[in-house]
Design a protein around this ligand. Sequence first.
Ligand code: AMP
Length: 209
Amino acid sequence: MKLIFLGPPGAGKGTLAGLVGKQHKIPQISTGDIFREAVKKQTELGLKVKSIMERGYLVPDELTINLVKERLSREDARKGFILDGFPRTIPQADALNSFQVINAVINFQINDDIVIRRLSGRRTCRSCGAIYHIENRPPKTEGICDNCGGELYVRDDDRVDSIKKRIEVYKNQTEPLIQYYREKYLLKNVDASVSVEHSIEEMNRILWT
Ligand code: AMP
């Protein structure tokens, strides 16, 4: 199954893609994670994208498209994958069309107030990237990752100013993809406002029954 997870920041795409990917043994390919890793390692790519990400803007299309194209050409993505956070613009979607056939696009629906509450409470593990929330999904020990013992931190782009910018960027640049994929009969809506479990249940019902 080759899937795209679409939805505003804070809809839970990362958490859901991680869980569903594991369940169905397909890789979760998150452009955000790839960029964050590059920033952490201070690679050439990381240095290019650091300030763009911190301010909540999008990384240029060409750079992002080449990165995804290379990632999808690897063996582990042959049978299936979940694209988490890509495409985010019409040119990215057009490019993806030219080198991949997608089976479905899951559109996670959620309103802005919930997004802001969720993202400002989000904590991410500095070592393994696992995601927690101070209210909904707290770690067993405050500030420490349950999986690997790494330090939990607030991503720069999870600060309120950046969150508002990311929502605006989403509405202007990414939301048009909903209509784009609806016209291709690929769009499946999932209510992402309730809980992770609820989203997974709805998704499984839509995709695998
Ligand atoms: P995410 O973890 O998906 O919220 O992504 C974090 C940040 O990485 C975004 O705010 C962008 O700056 C950048 N990014 C991730 N995916 C893309 C993409 N497909 N196109 C452009 N920028 C992206």
